[in-house]
Design a protein around this ligand. Structure first.
Ligand code: G4P
Length: 529
């Protein structure tokens, strides 16, 4: 008999996040190699969408396809079940990444030691901070001539607004990279760039860094430099407090080189030990803990079938509580109906397989013929809705222009379904009945246009609309809100739930509106109740 509680406790569900090119794909692959989930390097394909191929729609679709098969990668390691949720590499799909972050319990953030904190890192960390997601930092590419480690830590603290705690410390960098010293375990891990494949790290226990043994291994200059660094570290950083990490207040930092398979085992060993087991989630009714005995889960991602002849999709469901069983009836709360799944899929590394049961923290794929929307809740009968799949104000806005009036219905249906999948956000203007699509990247317009044509036979174009942000509005003073809606009628649109948004043309105009209407709250995220 499987012990249900220990099944929950041994799970670790997380995402690796990074600015493109920092080494997310490489790290994922090395973790899978360690977990024995794949045998050869190169098996995990990058889901990066190359700028150069953005006009090649099939390429986009193909690459989106690849990212389906690597959406969730699970493996067993030292008695733990590790679930890695993949996030799209391309910045234009940042919204997908934000949603995936709602389905994980912690993250590993990869930073390139040459580049330091980059634009995408900032945005991703903002989302983690909103949910107090515990973050472990992996500073990668130590075999390159990177920046001073103290500078990097400073930059991470300042720019990402997180407190850091170095667990390991590099000795030398670039061509002179000697290895790392584990400050907690008091051992040296020597770098040798032949460690390309799985090989346990090469540890030498050095409990006293003032001993001769350190010199013997890294030479006098590096030994002295490490001693100086460690003294500074001890002066600046306190002891590591796991509770602070679990609250999302403190981030342990590791140094390594993913491509050289260096420092990965250290990272993985600490990760499984300290990272949180599946957490519960807030619903509109109450907090549902992971050990709530009844099954609950929510859909955080929907992926369309690549074959346009088959309109079915895969809905990715994160299990929050209870146990999921194949062929059992579950309650779809929004639609108020019961559904049965005969082919729920689990993802073990690259293999998709039908599963009979799954536990909190697991992500399963459910074949869907159009029942699901992002954010939907599935339960054993409880009428609850999980909160927390946020929509952020898009950054690029365009009017939809229907190019084929005979296909108006198809266009409407396509826009509705594709925006439910999360490809883009849809707004309606009531003053002139026009539809507005908002995205975080140019690429989504291309994907949208292509998929509308191929899957719905609808042709459309986009007219540019110079809007800075769409902000959701709320107020305790209904009269004032109405006054604002009338006053700015031309700049008001409605989201899919018929909630008003203000289309601000510039940061300045938004600020003006905020000053003139202090009774109204302006939200850049649609989650504000
Ligand atoms: P991403 O998913 O975060 O976008 O990054 P990815 O892993 O694809 O890595 C980006 C590039 O950085 C790859 O090189 C990868 O080999 C390299 N890389 C990853 N880790 C390290 C490291 O520790 N040291 C060094 N020097 N390079 C590293 P590429 O040339 O773009 O691709 P490839 O042809 O090597 O696959």
């Amino acid at each position: 008999m499987v012990n249900w509680l220990s099944e929950i406790q041994r799970r670790r569900t997380f995402a690796i996040i990074a600015h493109p090119d920092a080494g997310k794909t490489t790290l994922t692959e090395k973790l899978l190699l360690f977990g024995g989930a794949i045998q050869i390097a190169g098996a995990v394909k990058s889901n990066k969408i190359n700028r150069a191929t953005t006009s090649d729609f099939m390429e986009i679709e193909k690459q989106r396809g690849i990212s389906v098969s690597t959406s969730v990668m699970a493996f067993e390691y030292k008695g733990y079940k590790v679930n890695i949720l993949d996030t799209p590499g391309h910045e234009d799909f940042a919204e997908d990444t934000y949603r995936t972050l709602t389905a994980v319990d912690s993250v590993i953030l990869v930073i390139d030691c040459v580049k330091g904190v980059e634009s995408q890192t900032r945005k991703l960390l903002e989302v983690c901070r909103m949910r107090n997601t515990p973050v472990i930092v992996f500073i990668n590419k130590l075999d390159r001539e990177g920046r001073d480690p103290f500078d990097l830590l400073d930059e991470i603290e300042k720019e990402l607004k997180i407190k850091v705690f170095p667990m390991t410390w590099p000795i030398g960098i670039g061509k002179l990279f000697k290895g790392v010293y584990h400050l907690q375990e008091k051992r040296l891990n020597l770098f040798n760039n032949e460690n390309k494949f799985v090989k346990a790290d090469n540890y030498i226990s050095i409990t006293n860094i003032y001993s001769k043994e350190l010199e013997e291994n890294v030479g006098e200059n590096f030994a002295n430099k490490l001693r100086e660094d460690v003294e500074i570290i001890q002066g600046v950083y306190d002891v590591f407090d796991k509770e602070e990490y679990l609250k999302g207040n403190l981030s342990p930092v590791f140094f390594g080189s993913a491509v050289n398979n260096f420092g990965i085992q250290e990272l993985l060993d600490t990760f499984v030990e300290i990272a949180p087991s599946p957490k519960g989630r807030e619903s509109n009714e109450k907090w549902i803990p992971a050990d709530y005995p009844k099954f609950t889960g929510f859909v955080f991602k929907i992926h369309a079938n690549l074959d346009p002849k088959h309109r079915d999709r895969i809905a990715f469901l994160r299990i929050v509580s209870g146990k999921f069983e194949r062929n059992k009836n579950y309650y779809h709360v929004r639609q108020d109906k019961w559904l049965k799944f005969s082919n729920p899929t689990a993802f073990m590394a690259q293999q998709k397989s039908v599963i009979d049961e799954a536990y909190p923290g697991d992500v399963i794929g459910l074949y869907d013929s159009g029942n699901f929307k992002i954010g939907d809740t599935l339960t054993d009968g409880d009428k609850i809705h999980f909160k927390g799949i946020p929509a952020f104000s898009p950054e690029i806005f365009k009017y939809v222009v229907n190019k084929d009036p005979m296909k108006t219905k198809q266009l409407q249906k396509g826009l509705e379904q594709l925006t439910e999948e999360g490809v883009a956000q849809l707004f309606y203007k009531k003053t002139d009945n026009r539809k507005i699509v908002g995205t975080v990247g140019q690429l989504q317009f291309e994907v949208l246009q292509h998929r509308l044509a191929h899957e719905y036979s609808a042709k459309c174009d986009f007219d540019s609309l110079p809007i800075y942000k769409a902000v959701w509005l709320s107020s305790n003073d209904n009269k004032k809100l109405q006054e604002f809606l009338n006053d700015r009628a031309q700049y008001i649109a409605y989201d899919k739930s018929d909630r008003p948004v203000f289309l601000a043309e510039s940061a300045w105009l938004l600020q003006m509106a905020q000053e003139k209407y202090p009774e109204i709250k302006f939200h850049t995220i649609n989650e504000f109740e």
